[in-house]
Design a protein around this ligand. Structure first.
Ligand code: ZN
Ligand code: ZN
Ligand code: ZN
Length: 359
């Protein structure tokens, strides 16, 4: 789908919202192809329902904007101009404006002061529904990102883990992600032994020992779209109690993936994974949702979580990543990205999900 088609879709779904005002965050590149740096200078796309879209951008950033004159006009502002005033002018006459969820509070507060009669709502109420339904080109990019991450997972099976620190393995993973075609490696969680019980553990100088189970959860940006996969490694023989729990986790992940098809709810997929883990007695140790949408953001809609009645549709892409975390002992997670197809589900990760024994 072209940028112009995306803008047209947004206009068609805006309802009583007079304008979208999008700053930092992934909504902006979704409509413009341009990613703004998270800086104090204001960048904002003002997309009015009645026509007209203007990208207000710092003059020094303007050279990075690829022009799409059929989609938006570029309005660079110089260092001595007032960008909030420019945006307020573009929003003149609006009653309802949907502002990007991650817009800096300082800009929203200034806009509210200048437009006292305008009600501000969240842009995600409009953009989440659009961005959630990926077209074939977007799914193809996620598939390529997943394949690159899978190659990294494959290379890790030949590595020696014991005697190296979590941080060293993490750096290795990040380098491999870039070598395999990612533009950036955004995260490489390496959590050994008891550290694995903290799902988002920050890789440390802890030396991996024989008998440590190691959670490796990594991903990055690939032509704007993201990879995110988790595989489990063990240096030597797994710790006491690990194998039994891991078998439960494998079944939970497999059945949750198999439960994905058009027409079912996001929360029903979470229930499948959670049910298997709870039935085996580990319910209290699965302490996060089953998954998150993925695309231009690593975490986006739809969230695979109890309480989310979103009906899955073809083109939706998200992670299935149940985990079991036993404090003080070990943790484990298996994560694949999947895409909802016309008839069921496609996994976008294909590296083996078995426990990988390394040195
Ligand atoms: Zn996570
Ligand atoms: Zn992950
Ligand atoms: Zn994830």
């Amino acid at each position: 789908m072209s940028l112009a088609q995306r803008v047209a879709s947004a206009r068609a779904t805006m309802g009583d919202v007079d304008a979208l005002a999008l700053s930092v965050g992934a909504d902006l590149p979704y409509f413009t192809g341009y990613t703004a740096m998270h800086l104090e200078r204001l960048t904002m796309l003002v997309l009015r329902r009645d026509g007209g879209a203007t990208l207000v951008v710092p003059e020094l950033e303007a050279p990075r904007v690829v022009p799409h004159p059929d989609v938006f006009t570029i309005r660079p502002w110089s260092e001595t101009e007032d960008p909030v005033g420019i945006v307020a002018g573009l929003l003149a006459g609006t009653r309802r404006v949907a502002i990007g969820d991650q817009t800096w509070a300082t800009f929203l507060l200034q806009l509210q002061e200048r437009l006292p009669d305008t009600v501000f709502t969240l842009a995600s109420e409009i953009t989440a529904g659009l961005r959630m339904r990926k077209d074939a080109d977007e799914v193809a990019l996620l598939r390529a990102a997943g394949a690159a991450a899978d190659r990294v997972a494959g290379m890790l099976t030949a590595e020696r883990f014991s005697g190296r620190t979590e941080r060293q393995i993490s750096r290795l993973i990040a380098d491999l992600l870039v070598a395999e075609g990612h533009d950036t490696a955004d995260f490489a969680i390496v959590a050994a032994g008891p550290n694995g019980a903290s799902p988002h553990h920050e890789p440390s100088d802890r030396v991996i020992e024989t008998g440590d189970a190691v959670v490796c959860d990594f991903g990055g940006s690939y032509q704007g779209y993201h990879s995110d996969t988790t595989r489990m490694f063990v240096a030597g023989a797994p710790p006491e109690g690990f194998a039994e729990a891991f078998e439960v986790l494998r079944v939970a992940q497999d059945l949750a993936v198999a439960a994905v098809e058009p027409g079912v709810t996001a929360e029903s997929v979470d229930r499948v994974a959670r049910g298997v883990i709870a039935d085996a007695g580990y319910g209290d140790y699965f302490i996060h949702r089953t998954g998150h949408g993925i695309g231009l953001d690593v975490h986006e809609h739809p969230y695979i979580v109890e309480g989310n009645p979103t009906i899955l549709e073809p083109g939706m892409t998200f992670s299935i990543e149940p985990g079991i975390y036993l404090p003080g002992r070990f943790g484990m997670r298996i994560e694949d990205i999947v895409a909802v197809t016309d008839t069921g589900v496609e996994r976008l990760n294909h590296s083996p999900r078995d426990l990988v024994v390394v040195g």
